[in-house]
Design a protein around this ligand. Structure first.
Ligand code: ATP
Ligand code: LTN
Length: 335
């Protein structure tokens, strides 16, 4: 019997809203690659989500392809997983409408990402930004995913997806698998290098705040050197000192050493040494990804083939869920 049948299913996504960062790599992509052995994985480029903030159309188009190429360059094997672009699978928006009718205004009002993004983009507090988590619930529930590997910033959205699924199941009978967030502690939240109280985010307007996966070694070393720390000059895993704590977390996630081991390794040495080591380690970890990315983007036809095949497979599975949901809520279906 095929062992595949018993694998648990995983779904995750990243938005093509900017150049992917070290936060995306450690919080998401690196884990996605590790999970492909043991799970049936669906990895999506969430372009529908991306337009909740203003996007330049030609850049969005370019970044969707780039994001897909980066997934593969990070070691995720297109033979083993299903990659697709969210807007290529119309079932996402079809399910989203129905789920929106099982979601309360108050629930969405409590989402911290909405509060945060509407504060930062006060000139564009659109309805899509508000209903963003409903579309995300549809992404997950369409595939009956068991696990959703994300960074800690997405925990609240997964909780909401669970609540929506449970409510729908209670109202219309068992329909959706209840998903669980899968969050790796060590790399859960990589912070900005310029303001270590905020997460490193690809849509941050200050490029010094982020290490981008495709940054050159020089850029990475420079950004680490300039990272905001404090004046204590002792390398320690102390959350009360967010700048240095963040660098310890990064070094620890990349080397597999515990935070205490990192502190011991740099005991008695200044921040200069430590920042240089963090920079070197980041650059070494990202160099193979950059090389593979260059190779892949030279072959656009190959990437397009992957996205077409992926969309077809995703759509086939997603349609089963949509048909079931449409029948259960009472939409007329002629024979
Ligand atoms: P944006 O800045 O446009 O909101 P983002 O950088 O937060 O985007 P997403 O595309 O929304 O990135 O997220 C992709 C994945 O990367 C998610 O699983 C998210 O939890 C994870 N992630 C994003 N930023 C970080 C971070 N700083 N630390 C750890 N994980 C992160
Ligand atoms: N909202 C997520 C991206 C995202 C996602 C998803 C993650 C869109 N749909 C489904 C997991 C599952 C983010 O901002 N990181």
């Amino acid at each position: 019997m095929d062992a595949q049948v018993f694998k648990k299913r995983i779904l995750s996504a990243a938005q093509p809203s900017g150049n992917l960062t070290l936060g995306n790599y450690l919080g998401a992509l690196k884990n996605w690659a590790d999970l492909q052995k043991d799970f049936e994985c669906f990895y999506c480029v969430a372009d529908l989500h991306a337009i909740t903030l203003k996007q330049e159309p030609s850049l969005l188009r370019q970044r969707s392809l780039q994001t897909l190429a980066l997934y593969i360059a990070c070691g995720i094997d297109p033979q083993k997983v299903t990659f697709f672009i969210q807007s290529h699978v119309p079932q996402h928006t079809q399910l989203s409408w129905v789920l929106g009718c099982s979601t309360m205004f108050g629930e969405l009002s409590r989402m911290t990402q909405f509060k945060d993004k509407s504060q930062r983009h006060a000139d564009n507090i659109n309805v899509g930004l508000f209903t963003y988590p409903v579309l995300m619930a549809a992404d997950i529930l369409l595939y009956q995913a068991n696990l959703v590997p994300v960074g800690d910033d997405q925990r609240q959205h997964i909780e909401l997806a669970r609540d929506i699924a449970k409510r729908f199941n209670a109202n219309y009978s068992e329909t959706f698998t209840i998903p669980e967030a899968y969050i790796l502690k060590s790399s859960a939240r990589i912070m900005s290098l310029q303001d270590p109280t905020r997460k490193m985010s690809k849509s941050d307007p200050n490029p010094s705040a982020c290490i981008f996966i495709l940054d050159s070694k020089d850029e990475i070393l420079k950004k680490c050197k300039r990272a905001v720390t404090d004046s204590e000059a002792v390398v320690a895993a102390d959350p009360a000192r967010p700048g240095i704590y963040n660098l310890v977390q990064i070094y620890s996630a990349l080397t597999g050493k515990s935070a205490e081991e990192v502190a011991a390794e740099f005991a008695g040495r200044g921040y200069g040494d430590f920042k240089a080591a963090v920079g070197e380690t980041c650059a070494d970890a990202l160099a193979p990804v950059r090389e593979e990315y260059a190779r892949l983007t030279a072959d656009k036809a190959y990437l397009e083939e992957i996205m077409k095949n992926g969309a077809e497979k995703a759509s086939y599975i997603a349609q089963k869920t949509v048909s079931k949901v449409y029948r259960k809520v009472g939409f007329y279906q002629p024979r």
